[in-house]
Design a protein around this ligand. Structure first.
Ligand code: AMP
Length: 180
């Protein structure tokens, strides 16, 4: 069977609501048990570290892509560690060959990764799905901004709908398994 890869964009912060990390752990464990390979930033930091620990524990396949300047931050339990020169190349490589990208609750790094993917999909340069885990309404302001763009005709409705929001891990998994 063809390997299905999913890129996960998530927080590098250590001090976010633990519920977000719990959901991240649950999501990657379930995705791995459905046979998906997870691609992430691969560091030990924040939610990235949490998903790396979870995937190591459950034996899930996990590819980490890191810029060389983050040497020392790599998680030792990755199935594969890929070193790149820049954050831009890292984003490109994280997306490469994936059937979906998933933005978990995160900060500007996560937003940057997700929005760049959205722009590429709009331009037919990315063909996977874009899922956003809107846990506890964390991404309501982003959904509101995208709606505002549609209202002001900065974004067409079809492109707006390329970003698919899930309000729970269960809903996210339902969307993901359809890609198998
Ligand atoms: P943020 O959402 O701002 O916490 O950034 C985390 C996301 O951006 C991850 O998906 C990483 O790929 C990338 N990133 C940004 N800053 C860092 C960092 N200090 N360490 C590791 N990854 C980072």
């Amino acid at each position: 069977m063809e390997e299905k890869k999913v890129a996960v964009f998530c927080s590098a912060s250590y001090t976010i609501d633990p519920l977000f990390n719990e959901a991240a752990r649950e999501f990657v464990t379930k995705a791995a048990s459905e046979g998906f390979t997870i691609v992430s930033g691969g560091t030990i930091k924040g939610t990235m570290g949490v998903i790396s620990d979870a995937l190591e524990q459950c034996g899930g396949k996990h590819i980490g892509i890191l810029p060389r300047f983050m040497t020392g931050l790599e998680h030792k339990g990755l199935s594969q560690t890929i070193w790149v020169d820049t954050m831009s190349v890292r984003k490109e490589m994280m997306r490469e060959g994936t059937c979906a990208v998933v933005a978990l609750p995160g900060g500007v790094g996560t937003l940057d990764e997700m929005i760049e993917t959205h722009t590429l999909k709009k331009l037919a340069q990315y063909h996977g799905e874009i899922f956003v885990l809107n846990l506890g309404g964390f991404y309501d302001p982003l959904a509101g901004l995208l709606d505002y763009y549609v209202k002001t005709e900065m974004l067409d409705k079809a492109s707006r709908d390329m970003v698919r929001f899930a309000s729970s891990v269960e809903e996210l998994m339902e969307m993901l398994v359809k890609l198998k």
